[in-house]
Design a protein around this ligand. Structure first.
Ligand code: CMP
Length: 139
């Protein structure tokens, strides 16, 4: 059975380009409820750890450098079928392949700077949420 929670980050370039409000509006209008949220900046070590599953891939170092280059918004979101529905909302990882009207089609500038992160499974949503939020930070 699909879970009700997913995790997202609004990435540094979308924050820098002042798209936090528009992206959160799209998330709310798609029916997601914000259960936890944080405006923060990842250190190189934290970004390396968050994306450790990609360690060794050709894009890993660039991704870590970018994700630690400026503030991000991290959020835990609730909705039925959360992981899949959120991936539909944000569109393909590569913005060139993202469907019209998706977050990445509207706000991503490249594969690395692709506006938002979205969990790829219920299990990873929990791992990613635990990375950012304690029990007292979830509502
Ligand atoms: P995200 O959803 O944050 O999860 C992992 C990130 O790695 C992904 O978004 C992209 O930003 C990046 N990524 C994945 N595949 C590639 C790739 N082939 N080239 C460059 N970056 C990639």
């Amino acid at each position: 059975m699909a879970g009700k929670l997913t995790f997202t980050m609004i990435k540094p370039r979308a924050v820098k380009d002042n798209h936090i409000g528009e992206i959160l509006k799209m998330i709310n209008e798609a029916g997601f409820v914000i259960k936890a949220m944080k405006f923060t900046k990842l250190s190189v070590d934290q970004a390396s750890a968050f994306y450790v599953v990609h360690q060794g891939k050709p894009f890993y170092e660039k991704l870590v450098e970018f994700m630690s280059s400026g503030p991000i918004v991290a959020a835990l979101l609730e909705k039925e079928n959360a992981v899949e529905d959120f991936r539909q909302l944000i569109g393909a990882t590569n913005p060139e392949n993202a469907a019209e009207g998706t977050v990445r089609k509207l706000y991503a500038t490249s594969m690395t700077e692709n506006a938002v992160h979205g969990s790829d499974s219920d299990e990873n949503a929990m791992i990613e949420a635990d990375f950012f939020f304690s029990k007292t930070e979830r509502f």
